[in-house]
Design a protein around this ligand. Structure first.
Ligand code: FES
Length: 105
């Protein structure tokens, strides 16, 4: 699926990410700045925080309890905040847009 990652400074990266990877892995493997993912996808660091584009939010599924509590450690959390390591890429998400927060990367 094609995913567009938008850095806080507005730089866009459109990347083809394979089904089964997470949105976080798609960024890290392609050197997209703005997603640190310190814990490597274990839902334990909150440095893979992204803002999911409003139009896409429902398609990315819902937050698990653990993700919700980790997000308490992220800055500037909004209603469409997610931890990108908890979003699995599917063909349904082709066209997904996520924005990275200021403090990451
Ligand atoms: Fe650590 Fe997502 S990579 S919470």
């Amino acid at each position: 699926a094609k995913i567009t990652y938008i850095e806080h400074n507005g730089t866009e990266h459109s990347i083809e990410v394979a089904t089964g990877l997470t949105v976080m892995e798609g960024a890290v493997r392609n050197m997209v700045p703005g997603i640190d993912a310190d814990c490597g996808g274990a839902c334990a660091c909150a440095t893979c925080h992204v803002f999911v584009d409003q139009a896409w939010f429902d398609k990315t599924g819902s937050r698990e309890a653990m993700e919700d509590s980790m997000l308490d450690f992220a800055d500037g959390v909004t209603e469409t905040s997610r931890l990108s390591c908890q979003i699995k890429v599917t063909e349904e998400l082709d066209g997904l847009i996520v924005r990275m927060p200021k403090h990451q990367g």
